[in-house]
Design a protein around this ligand. Structure first.
Ligand code: AMP
Ligand code: ZN
Length: 492
């Protein structure tokens, strides 16, 4: 493993930033609650998966092997947190005159397409809930054997949360406080048959005289799993009984994650996860971006506005994951300007072919290394991306000045490009590809030569028209610098 300072992450469970201590040397096991595939994901959902991707890349930069599971919820996520209402997939299927299976297929594929587009690394495993019904039923049986379950006639098998020690510990409240809080907030309604407001369905029975698209036989009756049991079962199958980090959005702190803990620990008697990380929401006009409020943007919506995937990714990761992020077009524009600065300096560095001055080169290596270390220090401090980006742009400003002063030679320029690509291994903007896109067609090189001649002859009208032609026909911006003409690919 590389020698960096230890990683620190904020643990919702302790409400403290803690040094990461892993269960197995050099390996981190992470479970991230995945999307419910009943609609197109909005960029709020994608923010969650982008910061988790940045977390994973940071762990990998530190030399860890990351085993990353992000599930697909394709059944059991009901419209209401109170275990009432229709399954979101079934409801979406009914509305679209389709089947829950087809809806799941369409939106799972779409989710993967968006993830790929935003350069989110594929998890080690992306299990679907519907492929793990047996594992869920096994877990429910264990909970039944351990005395945690009860059945509600014509409804389902429920978890009696009063029987689990420390239920809701993640919320920072004890059982009585949490019950009171949930009743007060009317977030969850107490049905008459539920013993406690915090109790939740492990298995829901299919309604009588109705055939659901997704239902399975079980010892309890024909039905389908509750949403929470899915994550416990899939986490255990792919990562074992105890994992290092469990991630999700802040909305999971009060219901979904306490339920996962109660299930996993109730079944195994072992600690479920050592660290709990929760990301904040994207807001639109100070309201949570959500599918149900209809105030959301999909990746597609933003692409249609003329922004590229890099701008979306940048905007999503540029605020700390525990801060709310207000979505604005100005934010996208400023993301674009930041990416252009990175792209621009890389282009300038690539053009440098001069000999390096020994003393300057030594100083440059020290400058680059100190910025790399500083970048890692911020990222290792609970993923402080905003500060890490400040380090990147500080280096870029210094380097731009040094290029203008002619202080950088070929070796120094390559070392600086490597440093920017090092930052990018965590940021995931694929700047290397952006740089390669700049490969210049032969026709453009010929036009540049002609323009050089025109400039030498002081025929500036011709030089300008060649510059316009290069931009209009080939999409390259010509800049005149001390070192001669320089090309930059125009980005949308
Ligand atoms: P869902 O598809 O509804 O199950 O949500 C998938 C993930 O997106 C969950 O981890 C949510 O916490 C997260 N999420 C939902 N809305 C937002 C939002 N506005 N901003 C950030 N994350 C969100
Ligand atoms: Zn989950």
């Amino acid at each position: 493993m590389r020698e960096y300072s230890a990683m620190r992450i904020f643990n919702t469970m302790s409400r403290k930033t803690e040094i990461l201590k892993v269960l197995e040397a050099g390996v981190v096991r992470i479970y991230c609650c995945g999307p419910t595939v009943y609609e197109s994901p909005h960029i709020g959902n994608m923010r969650t998966y982008v910061w988790q991707d940045i977390l994973r890349r940071t762990l990998e930069l530190n030399g860890y092997k990351v085993i990353h599971v992000r599930n697909i919820t394709d059944v059991g996520h009901l419209k209401s947190d109170a275990d009432t209402g229709e399954d979101k997939l079934q409801e979406s299927a009914n509305r679209r005159h389709s089947t829950a299976w087809d809806i799941a297929k369409i939106y799972t594929e779409e989710f993967f397409d968006y993830s790929k587009m935003l350069n989110i690394l594929d998890p080690s495993f992306s299990p679907k809930a519907t492929d793990h019904i047996d594992e869920m039923l096994d877990l429910i049986k264990k909970l039944e054997d351990n005395g945690y379950t009860y059945a509600i006639h014509n409804d389902g098998v429920y978890y009696d949360t009063s029987r689990f020690h420390d239920y809701g510990k993640l919320t920072g409240m004890n059982f009585a406080q949490l019950n009171k809080y949930l009743i007060g907030g009317a977030r969850v309604k107490l049905s008459r048959e539920k013993r406690n407001i915090t109790d939740f369905a492990l298995w829901k029975f299919s309604p009588k005289n109705e055939k659901r698209d997704m239902e399975w036989n079980s010892d309890y009756g024909v039905g389908f799993p509750g949403w929470h049991i899915e994550c416990s079962a899939m986490s255990m199958k792919y990562l074992g009984e105890t994992i290092d980090i469990h991630c999700g959005g802040v909305d999971h702190i009060y219901i979904h994650h306490p339920n996962e803990i109660a299930q996993s620990e109730g079944a195994t008697g072992k600690k479920f996860a050592d660290y709990w990380m929760h990301g904040e929401f994207i807001l639109v006009e100070n309201k949570k971006m959500s599918k149900s409020k209809g105030n959301f943007y999909t990746v597609e919506d933003i692409l249609k506005k003329g922004f590229g995937w890099r701008e979306i990714r940048y905007l999503l990761f540029s605020a700390h994951y525990r801060s709310q992020l207000n979505f604005t077009i100005r934010g996208l524009e400023s993301a674009k300007a930041s990416i252009n600065r990175m792209h621009d300096v890389m282009g300038r560095l690539k053009d440098i072919n001069g000999t390096d001055d020994k003393t300057e080169l030594k100083k440059l290596h020290a400058l680059v290394n100190s910025h790399k270390n500083e970048f890692v220090r911020w990222m290792n401090n609970d993923i402080m991306v905003t500060e890490a980006l400040r380090v990147v742009f500080d280096l870029i400003s210094i380097i731009n000045k040094q290029i203008e002063d002619g202080r950088i030679g070929r070796i120094g320029s390559r070392a600086t490009i490597d440093a920017i690509l090092f930052f990018d291994s965590v940021l995931g903007l694929n700047l290397a590809e952006l740089m390669n896109e700049d490969s210049i067609p032969r026709e453009v090189l010929e036009l540049l030569e002609k323009r050089d001649i025109a400039r030498a002859k002081k025929d500036f009208a011709l030089a300008d028209s060649i510059r316009d032609m290069i931009l209009d026909r080939y999409g390259f911006i010509v800049e005149d610098s001390k070192n001669g003409q320089r090309l930059k690919k125009k980005r949308l």
